[in-house]
Write a protein that binds this ligand. Structure first.
Ligand code: HEC
Ligand code: HEC
Length: 271
């Protein structure tokens, strides 16, 4: 008797949840805009589901020897043709189209530490549903996909020498808008390299966490930290650190001022 009641309760609860989900979908209330960020628990759940799925599906793959010296070199060529437009490369930004994708492709400089080699091979071969990560098994042979993995293992490697140091002729607005700044940070993929307070993203440390930009004395150890200089750095990091790993992202002056305002505000207000 008790057991039956239990089951009925569970079934009822499941129905209510299903109903709520149906209403949410039907009403159109969940915003599919790639400008608004996922709610943090939703983001974490999706990341977790992706990891678990890759772990499981890559289990049977046997990793061949990847040490032959020309393997990584060949992989670097495939990477240049097929990956750099979305993932960028050390010191180099992705193409504009990839900056505002959600989820953001992000740098792969730590990928070989985060994933097993066979998991990287699986990801490259199969892609990832609902993210924009394409499958490459129809376009790269098995050998070529392992070459890509051999290259990923050597990343980040050397930063390329910078040919031209950018100038910053355009004036930067003196006042930035905090709320617009928070959105702009995600539209230029800043969270793909930095942990940023108040911005949802994977726990990644390609660049330093941007949680003390209101109090830090020097930006990147070189530039006195004022609101204007912070915006200048965001627009043209290569001007101040030509061989640094932070790429030029084509940030417009007004967006840089907004991001600067947000980062300084976030230091004091999001703990
Ligand atoms: C059209 C854009 C696009 C191209 C081209 C692309 N990727 Fe991706 N990739 C993505 C997106 C989007 C994700 C998902 C990021 C996420 O969920 O965090 C992703 C995820 C990945 C991941 C998992 C990253 C992680 O650690 O979370 C790896 C590894 C990867 N891609 C490798 C590659 C390689 C190697 C190539 C070239 C053969 C490539 N990608 C080409 C968009 C792209
Ligand atoms: C591909 C990775 C990458 C991306 C994308 C990126 N950064 Fe960086 N950033 C770095 C690295 C690496 C450093 C450290 C540079 C150094 O000190 O030479 C850095 C440094 C910084 C600093 C100085 C931090 C400090 O502690 O001194 C700020 C501020 C900053 N980035 C803001 C941004 C903003 C805003 C964006 C988006 C417009 C952005 N970054 C995008 C990699 C990145």
């Amino acid at each position: 008797m008790k057991r039956r009641l239990h089951r009925a309760l569970l079934a009822g609860l499941a129905l209510i949840l299903l109903g709520a989900a149906a209403v949410l979908v039907w009403s159109g209330a969940y915003n599919v805009s790639a400008v608004t960020q996922h709610w943090s628990p939703v983001f974490k759940l999706m990341e977790y589901a992706m990891r678990q799925s890759v772990h499981r599906h890559a289990q049977q793959i046997v990793t061949p020897a990847l040490d032959a010296p020309d393997m990584a070199t060949a992989g670097a060529r495939h990477y240049e043709r097929f990956c750099v437009q979305c993932h960028g490369a050390p010191g180099r930004a992705p193409d504009t189209a990839a900056l505002s994708m959600q989820p953001v492709p992000g740098p792969l400089s730590a990928a070989a530490r985060k994933w097993q080699l066979r998991e990287l091979y699986w990801i490259v071969s199969n892609g990832i549903k609902m993210t924009g990560m394409p499958a490459w098994q129809a376009h790269l042979s098995e050998q070529e996909r392992w070459e890509v993995v051999a290259y990923l293992r050597t990343m980040p490697g050397q930063l390329p020498a910078v040919q031209t140091v950018p100038t910053d002729a355009q004036p930067i607005p003196a006042q930035g808008d905090i709320e617009r700044g928070r959105t702009a940070l995600t539209q230029y993929a800043c969270q793909s390299c930095h942990r940023i307070p108040g911005v949802v993203g994977a726990p990644i440390d390609v660049g330093p966490a941007l949680d003390s930009m209101g109090s830090l004395a020097y930006i990147s150890g070189t530039l006195v930290n004022t609101p204007e200089n912070l915006a200048r750095w965001i627009r043209h990091p290569k001007r101040y650190k030509p061989n640094g790993a932070m790429p030029e992202l084509g940030v417009r002056p007004a967006d840089a001022a907004d991001m600067s305002a947000y980062l300084r505000w976030a230091d004091r207000n999001t703990r």
